[in-house]
Design a protein around this ligand. Sequence first.
Ligand code: IPD
Ligand code: CA
Ligand code: CA
Length: 263
Amino acid sequence: MQLSELLSIESQAIQLIQQTGMWMLEQRVKPKEIEIKTPNNLVSFVDKESEKRLVAGLSNIFPTAGFIAEEGTGEKADEWNWVIDPLDGTTNFLHGVPIWCISVALCHNNKAVLGIIYDPNQDQCFHAVKGNGTYLNGAPIQISQQASLRDSLLVTGFPYDDFGREEQYISLFRALMKNTRGIRRLGSAALDLAWVAMGRFEAFYEYGLNPWDVAAGVVIIEEAGGTVTGFHDGDPIFEEDIMASNGHIHQELQKIIQEHFTQ
Ligand code: IPD
Ligand code: CA
Ligand code: CA
């Protein structure tokens, strides 16, 4: 597909995502309306309705693409797929913490070529098309230039339902806590990635994620000049662990991660 076609799809998708985000801002969920998928994994009508609106709108924008969407709307296709997290940061949303977003990627043969992450609370839309750079509300953004892990600020996500690698996670956390400027845990993997792309954080790492948490963030970081990999050699979108950085500290950080998360 030509760059101009992807850019046209991008601008239509941004409009749809912003409208959906504005609708979400007005919603209030009552405690009895919260469903528990698995302990600590919550969902509400807001997640489901947001996904319905996105799938309907994106089907009009690009009728032959399929869907890999968190709440199960739509069918996967062979070549082109929208990868959708209709509300990333559901626990924050339900507790009134204004750190959540919509994350939408377009993948071609399982590689993200377009990514949009929209934060309605701050009206910030991060967007990228492969080969065309990363933008925040239309203005170019870039990763940070910090080259020392010691002077880096990191962000992560705590394990919440897959505790199989808890010991490794905690020992890595301990090592990084002492050897960086600090580690944050915001509760929205997609925004964590967007904030690496804009240079607030030098790196993000987490395990136990799904493609919809990270697909948009991968292209957004790469186009902003950063690097995204698995902890080892795995695919960062379709396998379960991901580390993303400004590139300058990637090797140093990956070495420490690998010392704790052995294959
Ligand atoms: C979650 C958030 C959180 C991360 C979890 C994700 P959800 O997504 O991104 O930051 O730590 O692993 O599942 O469930 O709010 O869409
Ligand atoms: Ca998510
Ligand atoms: Ca979600």
